[in-house]
Design a binder for this molecule. Structure first.
Ligand SMILES: Nc1ncnc2c1ncn2[C@@H]1O[C@H](COP(=O)(O)OP(=O)(O)OP(=O)(O)O)[C@@H](O)[C@H]1O
Ligand SMILES: [Mg+2]
Length: 450
């Protein structure tokens, strides 16, 4: 690789000097600019591998430069120099497309790390696999268009992102898209469901362990942090993390290193953290269930996934997309929705959001006789009770399967129907089906409905 070049934009001679010297020691060439106009000029003249810009410049704001670069030179990483403690402008810069920021006075180690990371990230990545590219956020509502635009910007930076939103709104999908559209796309995306790992296994799951560190540790085992090396660690349902683990997680994030259970040595890890929860972390902090220091670390930028009922215009394109997906993996041709069925769908409130829509269309595809789906095929709450005819068809289908599968299928349908009838209120479902919420959760997991 030929020598890398950095464009430094700042009106303070001391900063220009400091950055130039630091770059020279790293074998990186620099071009200086003291105004936005000079920066524009250099950008037109020469290709750069990184741009570092101050916030306040004599002829304008550094954020405008970030916007211009994001638009006209999408492959050029840009980072912001911000005044000490002005987190707001750092966040604004990253929302505008900056990949990171350095606060003044500049810590040399931080600066070196940033330059190193930027040059690595800017290295051309081979194209993503077609499967990865097919993942998109469907919908043309203003809310989804905004979400899509924010995802594209977040993909360019390294800031921790916290994704909130109701169940089934696409939080995990958004996290994957941020990863896939960013410079880490060639490295792993590792999802971790913090609510599903038993508390006593959490530490070894996340950080790994050395052979012999506990009974059953028969060999060295890398943790999920290491599995995500170079890529993204997606900490789903982070509010469910027990407090003692929160301390350890914070430490790992701050130090960018992990110590496997039973090990004396630290292992450096370079991962981007994206976390999510359907709970309000602010409230959890107030209640003492979530550490404030960890909250500030992971919640630098928030992405809110809008509920489906706030954007009913997205329901038809989503339904069409989901029906195509279902057709791809099944032997039946793609189902169509009659106008009446589509009206019925767009009028539904979807407390379970896109996931509920998915489940509903899967069930309709499995049970309906015709290619065209009618309102009664959707089994929306007002359409109950299920007609006897369909019950008979269901029973016949079930009869042809092995006993275990038959039971699973009966259980699955009972749970799905009750979920629908209760608007996905899990407590009510458990009550109606005579099981504990714990046992319901277990079944939902087992049946892939959680
Ligand atoms: N806008 C969208 N376009 C296409 N597919 C979507 C969209 N939103 C959600 N989905 C799909 O809906 C399903 C549920 O999304 P996802 O798992 O990301 O939701 P979630 O918010 O993480 O839900 P939960 O809180 O239940 O974990 C996934 O299969 C996802 O691909
Ligand atoms: Mg999820």
């Amino acid at each position: 690789m030929s020598k890398a070049h950095l464009l430094i934009v700042d009106d303070e001679p001391d900063i220009l000097e400091l950055v130039t010297i630091t770059c020279a020691r790293m074998g990186v060439g620099t071009q200086r600019a003291q105004t936005l106009a000079e920066a524009h000029h250099h950008l037109e003249q020469q290709a750069f591998d990184l741009c570092l810009t101050d916030m306040r410049l004599p002829d304008g704001n550094g954020i405008d430069l970030v916007r211009l670069i994001t638009k006209q030179y999408p492959n050029l990483p840009v980072a912001m120099l911000t005044a000490y403690g002005s987190m707001d402008s750092a966040v604004a810069a990253m929302k505008a497309g900056a990949f990171d920021f350095v606060s003044k006075p500049v810590d040399l180690q931080v600066l070196r790390n940033l330059i190193g990371a930027a040059l690595k990230l800017g290295a051309p990545a081979s194209s993503a696999t077609p499967d990865k590219q097919s993942q998109t956020l469907i919908g043309d509502s203003a809310a989804i268009r905004e979400t899509r635009a924010l995802i594209a910007k977040l993909a360019r930076n390294q800031a921790p992102v916290f994704i909130t939103g109701e169940s089934g709104t696409g939080k995990e999908l958004a996290a994957r898209l941020i990863h896939l559209q960013g410079p880490r796309r060639e490295y792993p995306f590792v999802p971790v469901n913090c609510g599903a790992i038993p508390a006593d296994l959490m530490e070894t799951e996340l950080f790994g362990h050395r052979k012999g560190s506990f009974t059953g540790a028969v060999s060295d085992q890398a943790g999920l942090f290491q599995a995500a090396q170079g890529g993204t660690l997606f900490l789903d349902e982070i509010a469910d993390l027990p407090l003692p683990m929160q301390v350890k997680l914070l430490r790992a994030i701050q130090q960018k290193s992990v110590r496997p259970v039973g090990s004396e040595t630290e292992i450096e890890v370079d991962v981007r953290i994206i976390s999510a929860s359907h709970r309000n972390l602010d409230d959890e902090v107030e209640r003492g269930n979530f550490r404030r220091d960890l909250y500030y670390r992971i919640d630098v930028i928030e992405l809110l996934m809008p509920p489906l009922r706030s954007r009913p215009e997205d329901i038809p394109p989503l339904a069409d997309h989901i029906l195509s997906q279902i057709a791809e993996t099944s032997t039946t041709p793609k189902r169509q929705l009659s106008d009446a069925a589509l009206n019925r769908l767009t009028a539904h409130s979807f407390p379970g959001n896109v996931r509920e829509l998915q489940n509903l269309l899967e069930r309709a595809t499995a049970l309906a006789d015709d290619i065209k789906l009618e309102p009664e095929d959707l089994y929306l709450p007002a359409d109950r009770p299920i007609q006897a005819r369909t019950k008979a068809v269901q029973a016949e289908e079930i009869d042809r399967q092995p006993l275990g599968d038959q039971l699973d299928e009966i259980e699955r349908r009972a749970i799905l129907e009750t979920l629908d009838a209760t608007h996905w209120n899990r407590t009510a479902v458990a009550k109606q089906l005579g099981m504990t919420t714990r046992s319901l959760r277990y079944r939902l997991n087992k049946l892939g409905l959680s």
